[in-house]
Design a protein around this ligand. Structure first.
Ligand code: ADP
Ligand code: MN
Ligand code: MN
Ligand code: MN
Length: 337
């Protein structure tokens, strides 16, 4: 029997206000698949089941844009796709196609925070039913059974991501109990978005095997518990070459009324619950920037100022459930405005 390969086609659905992941498996002859994008054919799906089409005209197209091995599945690859209309134009739910950086000037590093949740109690791992764990303090970068909850999932996910060739730069336990982070960097706005979405898919699938949910909401636990962000660290040639003036000019572009509106619209649902001015955030109705300031909207990292104002900026406002394609598209538009 001729050898077969499993290709998992992954795409974003039309759920509002937050798109979610969908995927299905395509079996191809191994002889025809060398692991390259050009070996992945176009495919289609029933858009009437994903809030992307009407039943009478239901087919949406899947255009492969990123492929990598799937180390956790036998003879398998993962294929991130853009959703296209039948006429070949981008579907309205396809934010990847709105990224306007043809000369590939921008680099991005996203810090993806999330909570691991027990679906039975609907609480983060580490939260006892009907009560609370110890207040925040010991959990950030903590170790030990009463500080770090769900590490086996986090470790397995990290190994799968690295095996897939994703450019994960680090992981850490976060400030709330059951909250974690991974960081991914790429020298291409579309590529970093592809990698974040594939890493999110792999996290969902890894946790699923443990009967654990991933909660991407930006403020799942009310009260004195940190929300989840997806800080967007970004640079272009101008920021990398540097100069204090360049940093100030670009920060100021983010502070105009129209830029703030555009940013907040792209930075994830329910961000008013997270951007309160507490828990290392600036309030949603305020804008500020500052060196080493984790209470600012945009932080200029200390190391960047120390290195003679060369490097990158951190927009702290995007939240954990934001679409990295939308975040990157807006940041590029504002910087280039
Ligand atoms: P912190 O938690 O202190 O905010 P992290 O170490 O979690 O910082 O994340 C910093 C991110 O900044 C990393 O993902 C890294 O890839 C990214 N980064 C570093 N240099 C640049 C650069 N020149 N352009 C874009 N992103 C960068
Ligand atoms: Mn971080
Ligand atoms: Mn963090
Ligand atoms: Mn950060």
């Amino acid at each position: 029997m001729a050898k077969k390969m499993k290709l998992e086609y992954i795409w974003l659905d039309g759920s509002k206000p937050t798109q979610t992941l969908r995927s299905k498996t395509k079996i191809v002859a191994a002889a025809k698949f060398k692991g390259k994008l050009k070996d992945c054919p176009m495919w289609s799906f029933d858009g009437s089941s994903t809030e992307q089409a009407e039943g009478k005209f239901s087919d949406c197209m899947l255009k492969p844009v990123f492929v990598c091995p799937d180390p956790a599945r036998k003879d398998a690859h993962l294929v991130m796709c853009e959703v296209m209309n039948p006429d070949g134009t981008p579907h309205p739910t396809n934010a990847r196609a709105t990224i306007n950086d043809h000369d590939k000037d921008f680099w991005f590093g996203f810090e993806q925070e999330y909570f691991l949740y027990d679906p039975e109690t609907n609480l983060p791992l580490g939260f006892p039913e009907g009560g609370f764990p110890k207040p925040q303090g010991p959990y950030y970068c903590g170790v030990g059974a009463s500080r770090a909850y769900g590490r086996e999932i986090v470790e397995e996910h990290l190994d799968i991501c690295l095996g897939a060739g994703l450019n994960v730069e680090g992981i850490n336990a976060e400030v709330a109990a059951g909250q974690w982070e991974f960081q991914i960097f790429a020298k291409d706005a579309q590529d970093v978005g592809d990698q974040i979405w594939v890493a999110r898919y792999l996290l969902e699938r890894t946790a699923e095997a443990y009967g654990v949910d991933v909660n991407w909401h930006c403020k799942p636990v009310k009260g004195d518990w940190n929300g989840s962000g997806m800080h967007a660290n970004f640079s272009n040639t101008a920021l990398r070459k540097g100069g204090k003036k360049i940093f100030e000019t670009i920060c100021k572009k983010f502070g105009t009324k129209s830029a703030i509106k555009k940013s907040i619209e792209a930075y994830g649902a329910d961000n008013d619950q997270r951007l309160t001015g507490l828990h290392e955030t600036q309030a949603i109705d305020k804008f500020s920037y500052g060196v080493s300031d984790r209470g600012a909207s945009i932080r200029i990292p200390m190391g960047v100022a120390n290195a003679g104002w060369k490097g990158y900026l951190e927009d702290r406002r995007p939240n954990s459930a934001a679409d990295p394609y939308k975040v990157a598209a807006v940041i590029i538009d504002i910087v280039n405005s």
